[in-house]
Design a protein around this ligand. Structure first.
Ligand SMILES: CC(C)(COP(=O)(O)OP(=O)(O)OC[C@H]1O[C@@H](n2cnc3c(N)ncnc32)[C@H](O)[C@@H]1OP(=O)(O)O)[C@@H](O)C(=O)NCCC(=O)NCCS
Length: 178
């Protein structure tokens, strides 16, 4: 597996195909992914094995506790960004193993270089133990954040048969790492 490198516009069809395969119940339009690549090219990487794209990771500056809606445009990055938000990482099953670790290392470097003191993400598919292994910690949800997480979940549940991919669902969690 080569080091994650910045996604190019020409990679978008492959990225979208992988997204559709890994996230059949959380579809996002290619143009929504393209916007993230435009707004934060350094955060949007492809993961390649033998020259073939086998996964991607998308991240962009954001504001903690403001959960971006899935499949919607960001329009612009916030002026008061205080975290690098990991929107998604997905890798084809045959190429897993060490990929999330490499991508988190890459965006951690990017966050530091950008003066962003925290990484943040919403954990889905029961991946909370994975993120906790990378030192992410759950944020205590106040009423406002709980409502946002619930709506994120409802949106997902509208499309998702359970259990998803054989993984027992945990509640969606908002995790941050300073
Ligand atoms: C999540 C995903 C990108 C991880 O990729 P990966 O290459 O397997 O990740 P890594 O091997 O770098 O993971 C690092 C560690 O976490 C562990 N891990 C991986 N997936 C895990 C999971 N779902 N739950 C708990 N631990 C997990 C790995 O075993 C590894 O531990 P080790 O270093 O002690 O061996 C990949 O499984 C995937 O594409 N899943 C489907 C999409 C998804 O869930 N995305 C995240 C949404 S928040």
């Amino acid at each position: 597996m080569s080091k994650p490198h910045c996604a190019r516009a020409s990679d978008l069809p492959t990225i979208s195909a992988i997204a559709a395969r890994i996230h059949p119940d959380l579809p996002e339009r290619p143009e929504v992914l393209a916007e993230k690549m435009r707004l934060c090219p350094d955060g949007c990487r492809v993961l390649a094995a033998d020259e073939e794209i086998v996964g991607y990771g998308f991240a962009h500056p954001w504001t903690q506790r403001r959960i971006p809606a899935l499949d919607d445009f960001l329009e612009r990055l916030p002026d008061d960004a205080d975290c690098l938000y990991l929107h998604d990482i997905a890798v084809l099953p045959r190429s897993r193993g060490g990929v999330a670790r490499a991508y988190v290392a890459a965006i951690e470097q990017l966050a530091r270089a950008s003066g962003l003191a925290a990484l943040a993400l919403v954990s889905v598919y029961g991946t909370r133990p994975l993120w906790e292994g990378f030192c992410f910690r759950p944020v205590t949800a106040d009423a406002e954040l709980s409502a946002k997480l619930a709506s994120y979940g409802e949106r997902r549940d509208l499309h998702a048969p359970r259990p998803h991919c054989g993984v027992t669902s945990l509640p969606r969690s908002w995790l941050t790492r300073a």
